[in-house]
Design a protein around this ligand. Structure first.
Ligand SMILES: *Cc1c(COP(=O)(O)O)cnc(C)c1O
Length: 427
């Protein structure tokens, strides 16, 4: 059974101070998980997890992860700025972007981020963007075809816009070495949200074989191999989660089979996990404010897809708990819906739940990654607050809720902005 990390009593107390809806994050869960990740890869002295900032771009959460030894993986100017500000000069940053504007490469280079080039043509583009190439560069690989694991999980790299072919990659290392680059890495992201201990080891095996080939054909010994993201979490209550210690051991086995005999035992393993690092340690807490009985039974809540887009965007499953009714029989069937004028604004469809009454607090699980951050502002809806539950049980607001004036703030050169400010002041 999936259990919330806060009780109904805690949630009511928090809601008394910070009105619903809000996202709340469990600091202890994040720290303990990051420690397990480091333990899983402790056999590799160069190992580093670069937290994928897009999963949860909040400085307080980033700080917790950095305290535990994480670097940051960024893919845009604002993510780079955040990582640099949080790190205060001590940060380690990977810039795994795509379709990148020249100014972003310039800024990434200026703050010492490692640039991971998505395409062969970006070598020329980078040469034009920077006065001098950095000493370290990474290239992103796409093997094409279909990526399959024995449990059937599959993704389709051949259809993905990311990365370059093997021939381009090998030619790229040759070219960059001629142009004075000294340290090289490779990166690949071949399947998303894999709930199996097999994904990283299989990916690592492919990249280790590639590293041996790169050494033979381009004469370049890679310094790091970046397994990127894709390690998933069990959104469904009957799924068994990944065992990161088993994943680390699986990668180690491939390392010893392939890299060590090839004389490449100094290679550092990097990861860029996002979902696995924060996903289970965040929740969206919202209140049931309406019930509706037509052709189906509906519960209307005060959050909407603006606060959590994954169900609307990909039909993603998020488990729902009615707080205080954790042990009550799930003998009702509801659609739990938000307020957007979009019929896909449904957090749950035909979901078996205990009877929901207006006023109940609804806890939507696993929103700690790609939850708040994926939000948008359709229908003029405002983003919620984000709260951090500390290990001592205290709660800190780490992002305030938006106000109407935040929504209007980019109109500021228009006379109507003043009227809006006046209206907002007298609401
Ligand atoms: C999204 C992304 C990640 C993180 O992926 P998760 O599935 O959240 O672990 C890492 N690296 C890159 C380049 C990404 O685009």
């Amino acid at each position: 059974m999936k259990m919330p990390f806060i009780t109904k009593e805690q949630a009511e107390e928090i809601a008394g101070k910070y009105p619903t809806p809000f996202h709340i994050y469990d600091e202890k869960g994040i720290r303990d998980n990051m420690r397990r990740v480091r333990e899983a890869f402790a056999w590799n002295p160069g190992f580093r997890e670069y937290f994928a900032v897009k999963a949860e771009p909040n400085p307080a959460i980033m700080q917790v992860l950095m305290d535990e030894g994480a670097g940051f993986d960024c893919s845009s100017l604002t993510e780079l700025m955040l990582a640099h500000a949080v790190g205060d000069g001590r940060e380690e940053i990977m810039f795994s972007s795509n379709e990148t504007p020249a100014e972003e490469y310039v800024y990434a280079d200026r703050i010492g981020a490692v640039i991971n080039l998505d395409d062969f043509t970006h070598i020329k583009y980078l040469n034009n963007a920077l006065p001098k190439l950095p000493e370290t560069l990474s290239l992103r690989y796409n093997p094409g075809g279909v990526f399959t694991l024995s449990n059937g999980i599959m993704d389709n790299p051949g259809d993905a816009k990311y990365g370059m072919t093997k021939e381009q990659l090998i030619e790229g290392y040759r070219l960059l070495r001629e142009q004075g680059v000294k340290r090289f890495g490779v990166h690949a992201f071949l399947a998303s949200n894999t709930v199996t201990n097999e994904y990283y080891p299989q990916l690592a095996g492919e990249l280790f074989d590639l590293a041996v080939e790169v050494k033979e054909k381009a004469g370049v010994a890679l310094s790091f191999i970046n397994l990127s993201g894709g390690v998933g979490i069990p959104y469904q209550p009957d799924q068994e989660g990944n065992d990161i210690l088993a994943i680390g051991a699986g990668v180690k086995k491939k390392f010893e089979e392939i890299l060590v005999p090839a004389g490449l035992s100094d290679v550092a393993i990097y990861a860029e996990m996002g979902r696995f690092m924060t996903g289970p340690y965040g929740a969206l807490v919202t209140r049931a404010i309406h019930e509706k009985h037509i052709y189906k039974e509906y519960i209307g809540v005060d959050a909407c897809a603006v606060n959590l887009m994954r169900p609307a965007m990909y039909g993603a499953y998020h488990h729902v708990t009615v707080l205080g009714k954790e042990n009550a029989p799930a003998d009702h069937v509801y659609d739990v819906v938000g307020s957007l004028c979009e019929n896909n604004d449904k957090f749950a469809i035909d979901r078996k739940l205990p009877q929901v009454e207006t006023g109940d607090l609804i806890y939507i699980h696993d929103t700690g990654a790609h939850g708040f951050s994926m939000g948008y502002s359709y229908n003029g809806k405002l983003k919620s607050a984000e709260l951090l539950l500390h290990e001592d049980g205290s709660v800190e607001q780490i992002r305030r809720a938006e106000t109407p004036m935040d929504y209007f703030s980019t109109f500021d050169s228009l006379p109507v902005y003043k009227k809006l400010a006046d209206i907002a002041a007298h609401l």
